[in-house]
Design a binder for this molecule. Sequence first.
Ligand code: FES
Length: 164
Amino acid sequence: MTREVVAAAPVPVPGRAQRVREIAGELRGLRGALIPILHAVQEELGHVAQDDVAVVADVLNLSVAEVHGVVTFYKDFRRAAPGRTTVAVCQAEACRAVGAVELADYARVRVGCGFGETSADGRITLDEVFCFGNCALGPAVQVGSKLHGRVTPARLDALLGEAL
Ligand code: FES
């Protein structure tokens, strides 16, 4: 079964621009402040929206294009609001050696979207991660903040069931 992937529509959040400006202002003195600011925005607000890019550019006296280029270059930065639960499948070497590639294929079909995307119902965002430090117990999958080892497709089904 294939589910349609919906691009998250930008939803204006009251006070978001002000909060982004505060975060950027607090961290602007750091050396190479742009990346830490973007990480802080994403950590607190869930993603880095296009409107956030303009605010950060203004605070750092950079062009919007410069900040946009960084946000789009690094896969770490999410440009749309994530789903209710994030499911991250390790794709680093040790996990790949014990079935993580096949598990990732299964996850994409099961959730109905690719890595970096959110299911049509907005419940699950699927991500790939390159090593959780749980290599002896691969394939490793993180659901929300909880890490799981030796995840099989059947175990993934159970974890997704708990996440829904
Ligand atoms: S390679 Fe997957 S947790 Fe390290």
